[in-house]
Design a protein around this ligand. Structure first.
Ligand SMILES: Cc1cc2nc3c(=O)[nH]c(=O)nc-3n(C[C@H](O)[C@H](O)[C@H](O)COP(=O)(O)O)c2cc1C
Length: 179
């Protein structure tokens, strides 16, 4: 099972990326047949989407590459960063471009949606938005999990979740993704 994983954040210090890397490692450790590829959405940076730019440029190669990456995977793990209650501009831009090539951006792949933030809300607003729109964009959503107060629940030095209850919830979510 080839899993494509990424943080919906362009921050080089992204806590969602730290969560994605950790999740990928525990997933591979737990299931022999799982291989996780973590990509960085900075590698898919494009001009700010508008229909004018689309008329002018067509669909940039990065948008095609992103759609192809998803196509070639057997499942997805995405961790959403929240900016002002919603998606980061970087992710939304990538998503908007990708959706012009294939509106079912997630291409019916089994998916796990995560989110985390430094606050108690755990980026649950953006996670809810992603969950609500998942069927429209072709995500076969198996589970979601929001991790609140990242710095309190994740050990940055050893790169692991320290909260046992959240650890269990993450393992349960990975099990659902496998099924
Ligand atoms: C412009 C901006 C808006 C933010 N808005 C929210 C928000 O609505 N909810 C939240 O929980 N955290 C918010 N935060 C804090 C982020 O959760 C925090 O920066 C987190 O590190 C973002 O995830 P990332 O590190 O993966 O990019 C905001 C941060 C920025 C810079």
């Amino acid at each position: 099972m080839k899993i494509l994983a990424f943080a919906a954040s362009s921050s080089t210090k992204s806590i969602n990326k730290a969560l994605i890397i950790y999740t990928g490692q525990i997933f591979e450790k737990k299931y022999e047949n799982v291989e996780v590829e973590v990509i960085d959405i900075n590698d898919y940076e494009m001009p700010l989407f508008s229909t004018d730019r689309e008329d002018e440029l067509g669909h940039p190669q990065q948008a095609h590459d992103f759609i192809k990456k998803i196509k070639n995977s057997d499942g997805l793990i995405i961790s959403f960063a929240e900016h002002n209650g919603s998606y980061t501009a970087a992710y939304k831009n990538l998503f908007d471009w990708a959706s012009r090539i294939e509106v079912k951006v997630f291409q019916n792949k089994p998916s796990l949606f995560l989110s985390t933030s430094t606050g108690q809300g755990g980026a649950s607003s953006v996670l809810k938005a992603a969950e609500n729109s998942a069927p429209f964009f072709g995500a076969d959503l198996k589970a979601t999990l929001s991790i609140p107060s990242f710095e309190d629940n994740f050990d940055r030095t050893n790169n692991q979740l320290t909260n046992a209850e959240l650890k269990k919830k993450l393992n349960d979510a990975l099990f659902k993704l496998c099924m």
